[in-house]
Structure formats: C-alpha cells, structure tokens
Design a protein around this ligand. Structure first.
Ligand code: RTP
Ligand code: MG
Length: 141
C-alpha cells in the first residue's frame, strides 16, 4: 500500500466539544501520523477559498458560516492509504447515515456540524495540504 498524505480538519463543533484529543487518538490508533498541525481561526475568505468547489451549492453560505464560527484544528496525516483510511474513520457526511464507531457517528450533530473534513483524492489532498502548510512546516517521521 502506498504511503499517502491527507488533510484533516477538526471542525468548530468538535473543537468546541473539546474532543480534539479523542479524534486524533483514532487517527493514531489506525496507524496515521500527525506530521503537521495548527489550531486556527479561518477568515471568511479562507473558508470560501477552501470550499470553492462547493460555491454554487445551496448549502455554501451555511458551510462557510459554520467553518468560521470558531477555531478549527488542521492537520496533515501520513500513512498507508491515508486518504481512504481517514474517510473510513470519518464516516458518511451525514452523521445520521454514518456507520457506528465512526468519528461522525460518535461526535457529529448534523450534516452541517459534522465534526471533521478529510481530503477525498490525491489531487485534492495535495492542494488542501499546500493551502494550509508550507513544506517546511510538515515533519514526516
Ligand atoms: P468534507 O469535504 O467536509 O470532508 O465533507 P464530505 O467530503 O463528506 O462532504 P462534501 O460533499 O465535500 O461537502 C462538504 C461539506 O458541506 C456540508 N454539506 N452540507 N446540507 C447539505 O446537503 C450538505 N451537503 C454537504 C457538509 O458539512 C460537508 O461536510
Ligand atoms: Mg468533501
């Protein structure tokens, strides 16, 4: 299996619930390593650019409002098959549909406040990682 990098965001709802550590522990238990991390308040412009792919969707304004509602914990995760592994740990976008034992099933309230973001493909992972972290702030180990 290929060693990959993916971008993870612990969203404002989960940061407010004080479960950063519980979520990071799931990544670590699954063999993913945190190789960059930052607690960060996104500006509106940053949230809009990060989710630009959704700019024409009806939920875009709610999504941006939510993403700037408090600090987020942004990380680069590295490991075998990291992109899919992270998506599997997260569970479905709508926590009501997320499998038991996934992060969204256990910590998310709604499709808007759904605890975590994870890159969905190698191309988006590369763009999303570069959006937040210069290579000099990433420490592979
Ligand atoms: P994410 O990008 O945050 O990791 O989530 P995802 O891939 O599972 O879902 P995506 O389709 O990329 O949607 C991005 C975020 O927009 C919100 N959303 N709301 N109300 C709705 O129908 C709706 N659909 C999506 C969610 O917060 C989702 O995480
Ligand atoms: Mg997505």
């Amino acid at each position: 299996m290929a060693i990959e990098r993916t971008l993870s965001i612990i969203k404002p709802d989960a940061v407010a619930k004080n479960v950063i550590g519980q979520i990071v522990a799931r990544f670590e238990q699954a063999g993913l390593k945190v190789i960059a991390a930052s607690l960060k308040q996104l500006s509106r412009s940053e949230a809009e650019r990060f989710y630009a792919v959704h700019s024409e969707r009806p939920f875009f304004k709610d999504l941006v409002d939510f993403m700037v509602s408090g600090p987020v914990f942004v990380q680069v995760l590295e490991g075998d098959n990291a992109i899919q592994k992270n998506r599997d740990l997260m569970g479905a976008t709508d926590p009501k549909k997320a499998e038991a034992g996934t992060i969204r099933a256990d910590f998310a309230e709604s499709i808007d406040a759904n605890a975590v973001h994870g890159s969905d493909a190698p191309e988006t992972a590369a763009v999303e990682i570069a959006f937040f972290f210069p290579e000099s702030n990433i420490h592979s180990r």
